[in-house]
Design a protein around this ligand. Structure first.
Ligand code: FAD
Length: 446
């Protein structure tokens, strides 16, 4: 038997989250190996400009070629139809292929293999993988593991939080290339539909429902079932004019999921493996990037700054859980807008989950307070004084490069003399002190 391959940091999965972490670690000077297989199916997804900016921000550029220019998005929701929005459609198979190549172009070792088993041990992780096109399995030992296998990542412990059970029924077909890209979403009494056409003619039909509310047909009839259900949905009609021959039809679990623990001393979960959103808000890739953005600094701290390990773990845990709650509430607010079927089981469950708290906190509900919290300081996490508010539960550390906690303390200590108190702390610049005070007012702190 061959000795195990020794690696320092291994990322499981080469989707957007895994790629973002691998690129970030590489920038920090770490040797990284990404292990991945292509997705089992081909999907079309929609993203916003801020996802493109987010991808560029983490150093992903070549893969953007698979993201189309903004195209019109028709939305029929709560009894109203609007055509004002646009979204960018992505052929995920093409995007993921380019991403895989881009990682290698950055000098990152990419191993085309399926992870069969991941066994954490005291001083290292043992991974059993099967290389693509090879029957034999291979053993790897890694010092640090990043779990980024998306929704397919196994959940190891109890306590996983889940939103209402949801399944997306997906039909994928191919029409003639050369038409205009477009998408449409429509609410239905037992779910919602999303349809999209790429400029290359690829069409996706997606029906999102509660699996307990309907009996799914056998796999061979799923495609016909989806098309039949959508035949009476106005938004879907422009997408049904292509031959019924399908590239594939499948059911995909799409409810919100949150892992209870997302960080240990030698491992960390990012992207959908840490928290997966309800795809209604079209936030999936954005959310997966959000959780991956600062993960390289967390890992760098875990590996190099033993005194700050506890703060790094707390940082990642709080951030992922905070993002999950926020995105879950944003999703709930979309469902609340649709009043026509408020009492139907599909809508009633989603209007009530996760709770009734506002998505963005209530500005000014409680006075801002100064606390010591973990922050990202260049390439690492450390403890610093931040200002915590109901809107900014993780705390504000810097604004325009200036630490805010000392400024807030000075303002509180000098009622009526705030600008005078701030000016020396802003390098004697009166105008900057006034601007900072205006910013605090705009935040509802004063
Ligand atoms: P993934 O993109 O899932 O990447 C995980 C990678 O790990 C994959 O390449 C996979 O092949 C690989 N992998 C899995 N298991 C193994 C293994 N054992 N060994 C090796 N590799 C493995 N988001 C949007 O922004 N817009 C949308 O319109 C949208 N629509 C969606 C519709 C549905 C029905 C669903 C379910 C999700 C949708 N999403 C959408 C969400 C989006 O797909 C995910 O949030 C995003 O891809 C998560 O990125 P990730 O890197 O965390 O995981």
């Amino acid at each position: 038997m061959n000795p195990p391959l020794e690696r320092s940091i291994v990322v499981l999965g080469g989707g957007p989250a895994g790629a973002a972490v691998a690129l970030g670690l590489r920038r920090l000077g770490h040797a990284v190996t990404v292990i991945g297989v292509p997705r089992a199916f081909d999907a079309i997804e929609g993203v916003s400009d801020r996802v493109v900016a987010g991808l560029q921000g983490v150093g992903i550029h070549a893969a953007l070629a698979a993201i189309e220019a903004p195209s019109p998005r028709r939305a029929t929701w709560a009894g109203q139809t609007t055509a004002l929005n646009s979204e960018r459609l992505v052929d995920r198979a093409a995007f993921d292929r380019l991403l895989w190549q881009e990682l290698q172009d950055h000098g990152i070792e990419c191993l085309a293999a399926r992870v069969l088993r991941w066994q954490p041990q005291d001083d290292a992780h043992v991974l059993q993988v099967q290389r693509t096109g090879d029957e034999r399995s291979l053993t790897l030992r890694a010092h640090f593991v990043v779990e980024a296998r998306g929704r397919l990542a196994p959940h190891v412990s109890a306590g996983v939080a889940r939103g209402p059970e949801t399944v997306a029924l997906l039909w994928r077909g191919q029409g003639a290339p050369g038409g205009d890209a477009a998408s449409a979403v429509e609410s239905l009494c037992d779910g919602w539909a999303w349809c999209a056409r790429l400029s290359g003619g690829g069409v996706a039909l997606q029906l999102t429902v509660d699996p307990s509310a309907l009996t799914l047909p056998p796999r061979a009839q799923l495609g016909a079932f989806i098309r039949e259900r959508l035949a009476s949905v106005g938004a879907a009609l422009p997408f049904l004019d292509i031959p019924a021959d399908e590239v594939h039809a499948l059911a995909r679990t799409s409810g919100a999921v949150l892992a209870p623990t997302v960080c240990g001393n030698h491992w960390l979960r990012v992207g959908d493996a840490a928290m997966a959103a309800d795809p209604l808000s079209g936030n999936g890739i954005f959310q997966s990037l959000s959780s991956a953005l600062q993960a390289p600094m967390v890992i760098h701290t875990l590996l190099n700054h033993p005194a700050d390990v506890v703060h790094a773990k707390r940082f990642h845990q709080d951030r992922v859980h905070g993002l999950f709650q926020r995105f879950a509430r944003i999703g709930r607010d979309f469902y609340v807008q649709e009043q026509r079927w408020a009492d139907e089981p599909f809508w009633a469950a989603r209007r009530a989950w996760p709770d009734s708290l506002p998505a963005h906190g209530t500005a000014g509900a409680a006075a801002p307070r100064i606390e010591a919290r973990p922050v990202v300081d260049r390439d690492r996490i450390r403890l610093a004084e931040v200002v915590v508010t109901d809107e900014q539960l993780l705390g504000v550390w810097h604004v325009d490069g200036v630490a805010v906690a000392p400024l807030w303390r000075a303002v509180q200590a000098a009622p009526g003399q705030e600008v005078e108190a701030l000016t020396p702390l802003m390098g004697g610049a009166h105008a900057r002190a006034q601007a900072m005070l205006r910013w605090m007012r705009a935040q509802g702190w004063l």
